[in-house]
Design a protein around this ligand. Structure first.
Ligand code: SF4
Length: 432
């Protein structure tokens, strides 16, 4: 990939606001060249780096990462939330992984499409410069990311062994995007329409449905789903017991926050996490406390300070998750992930398009569920936008990244939920 055409999200802004969250929550593995560069920078305690530990830690044979301080911060993070490498030697001197976050580059048809990670509070709040205006910098990063890559990427399957070429994948992305942009109905309705027509896609073969025929086919599906669901009057079905168990299992995995500090906590911390995961899955007693990310706590405030955590049953009451501002946030999130191909294929454990879209769809009820938890802990009967922003930033940290959410059992869970019609039931239920 010598010359890159970048496909950028036009609806997203971002600039770093130095909350320091990503420098605490991500373990940065470095290449040999980056290790040498940092060693050549000749850091001493006079620069403020810790005296009691090496700055680079070995994590396996020939593998290294930046070390962390006792409070979980990267050894190069200063007390003002700024990177010492950046301050002393400039942005290009940092490891590539630090430079790229919160962007995510994904290959599409010989080009690169860009998505963003909503775990960054500035992304979730849409703060800063328009992404399209950052194109020159992003082109530089794209060159570095693909410098040694000779690999050509296959398009994701549609479902099973049904494959099409990149141009046809793009038709699907366009159809998703157009449906999600239809603001004549609310977000939940748009999502339900896509989930409905994906059921038909899953029963179709695509050997002869390519190019214009595929376009026509998607047009017919879109029209039919709009006719079947012309307005916001969605039927609300309570998810089944099994649906809720599988859903909470997913939420527990998305919530799990393994950081340097967790790793240092040892066996007791790990057992604590396991116990909390089981309580969550089977809805036993009150919702257990979970470790919130530093950036979420810093920007939106912590939610686990209240003395009494709610009972799981309390989270089943309506919390009004259908306000226009919540809809706008979720629309932006979905459109960035879809345009950036950040839900299937290489970006999401090589899952096919249908499974990948369903995994993304489940982020909607999962986010509203954790937003309900935040509101309930603060004794509020209704969601505020900041509840949903904080919940989305918390969960998107793991979406498409945590190996647990990409395991064979996680995929199986999504397929069972879809087969039992529970993906749509969950989306409808927690939006109330
Ligand atoms: S989480 Fe976002 S705003 Fe905070 S330091 Fe990282 S990039 Fe900057």
């Amino acid at each position: 990939m010598a010359n890159h055409t970048l496909i950028l999200p036009v609806i997203q802004n971002w600039s770093c606001h130095n909350c320091g969250g990503c420098c605490r929550e991500h373990l940065i593995e470095i290449t040999d060249a980056e290790k040498k560069r940092i060693e050549d920078q000749k850091w001493t305690t006079a620069d403020g780096t810790p005296a009691d530990r090496p700055l680079i830690q070995q994590i396996g044979r020939g593998r290294y990462r930046l070390a962390h301080q006792d409070d979980g911060a990267c050894v190069f993070l200063d007390s003002n939330g700024l990177c010492r490498i950046h301050a002393k030697f400039g942005e290009p001197a940092k490891p590539l992984a630090c430079r790229v976050y919160p962007y995510a580059f994904h290959p599409i048809s010989g080009n690169l499409t860009i998505s963003l990670r909503f775990s960054c509070p500035s992304v979730v709040q849409n703060l800063g410069q328009r992404v399209v205006e950052q194109k020159p910098d992003l082109l530089q990063l794209a060159k570095l990311i693909t410098a040694d890559s000779q690999k050509s990427f296959e398009p994701p399957a549609i479902h099973g062994n049904q494959k099409v070429d990149w141009a046809d994948i793009q038709e699907f992305l366009t159809a998703f995007d157009e449906e999600l942009s239809d603001d004549s109905v609310n977000f939940a309705t748009r999502l339900m329409r896509i989930l409905t027509w994906l059921e038909l896609v899953e029963q179709s073969t695509f050997d002869k449905v390519r190019g214009n025929r595929l376009k026509e086919y998607l047009g017919v599906l879109t029209k039919a789903s709009r006719k079947a669901q012309p307005d916001n009057d969605l039927p609300v079905l309570k998810p089944s017991r099994i649906g809720r168990i599988l859903f909470r299992m997913l939420v527990a995995q998305l919530l799990r926050h393994d950081t340097e500090a967790t790793a240092r906590g040892g066996l007791s911390t790990r057992f604590g996490l396991l116990r909390a995961g089981l309580k969550f899955t089977f809805a036993i007693g009150r919702v257990p406390k979970f470790q919130e990310s530093v950036s979420v706590t810093k920007v939106f405030g912590g939610s686990t300070d209240s003395k009494q955590s709610p009972r799981f049953a309390d989270l089943e009451s309506p919390y009004n998750g259908r306000t226009n501002e919540i809809d706008r946030l979720m629309t932006r999130y979905f459109r960035v992930k879809i345009q950036g191909l950040h839900f299937c294929g290489a970006a999401n454990f090589d899952w096919n398009l249908v499974d990948g879209f369903r995994s993304l769809a489940l982020m909607y009820p999962a986010t509203l569920y954790i937003a309900r938890l935040r509101a309930s802990r603060q004794q509020r009967p209704q969601l505020e936008l900041s509840d949903v922003q904080a919940a989305l930033a918390t969960l998107d940290h793991n979406y498409a990244y945590s190996p647990a959410t990409g395991s064979a059992s996680a995929l199986q869970r999504i397929r069972i939920l879809a087969r039992l019609q529970q993906v749509t039931a969950l989306c409808g239920w927690y939006t109330q």
